[in-house]
Design a protein around this ligand. Structure first.
Ligand SMILES: Cc1cc2nc3c(=O)[nH]c(=O)nc-3n(C[C@H](O)[C@H](O)[C@H](O)COP(=O)(O)OP(=O)(O)OC[C@H]3O[C@@H](n4cnc5c(N)ncnc54)[C@H](O)[C@@H]3O)c2cc1C
Length: 158
């Protein structure tokens, strides 16, 4: 993939897909691998990883995380504003980092969620201008407004 700018595209492991493939291979449940990793490995979809937020939210310091995930009946409701999310435009799913306990500034309390991109409440906004122009799907602002996912979509542990 490293020989050419086309390499990661041809093998579907442009950032952040390589990291997400690796993460899912190690952490995802069998059902999550079937639903999310298999189509990624086949090259049917791309994915995005959503951690960074506008100030004063998470960036270099993830403990500043402001996006919240609140328990609902049988699942979680995610609310927050992310930006610089590589590949967000056209991604098949997001791995979203959200706070399940504590308040911004507290260590810990972050949980990862697998969120299909067609879930109601997700808005992919502007492509933020960066020096990099090579990534398909841009580096985007993304808002999560009352996005509900089932309990099974927690990646790893709460
Ligand atoms: C091209 C591109 C693609 C990206 N893709 C993604 C993506 O796919 N998903 C995603 O979640 N994010 C993505 N990011 C965001 C990236 O992870 C953040 O930019 C990075 O974590 C830094 O956070 P920040 O921009 O908020 O800067 P800040 O955290 O505000 O840092 C700004 C400066 O302050 C310094 N600083 C911060 N805190 C401290 C401290 N406590 N003590 C001393 N110095 C400090 C930093 O070292 C830095 O120099 C992307 C960014 C770019 C540019």
């Amino acid at each position: 993939a490293g020989y050419s700018l086309f390499g990661p595209i041809a093998t579907n492991i442009g950032a952040p897909d390589e990291g997400n493939v690796h993460l899912l291979a190690h952490v995802a449940s069998t059902a999550q691998k079937e639903q999310f990793l298999a189509p990624l490995a086949r090259g049917d979809v791309r994915s995005a990883f959503a951690m960074t937020e506008p100030a004063p939210g998470a960036g270099s310091d993830p403990s500043a995380l402001t996006t919240t995930a609140t328990r609902t009946d049988g699942g979680w409701r995610i609310d927050g504003h992310k930006w610089f999310i590589t590949g967000a435009d056209g991604a098949g799913f997001f791995i979203v980092m959200a706070r399940t306990s504590g308040t911004p500034g507290d260590r810990g309390g972050a949980t990862m969620f697998l969120v299909p991109a067609d879930t109601a409440g997700i808005t992919v906004g502007r492509h933020i201008s960066t020096l990099d122009r090579a990534m398909i799907g841009g580096h985007c602002e993304v808002t999560f407004d009352r996005v509900v996912v089932p309990e099974d979509n927690v990646l790893g542990a709460v």
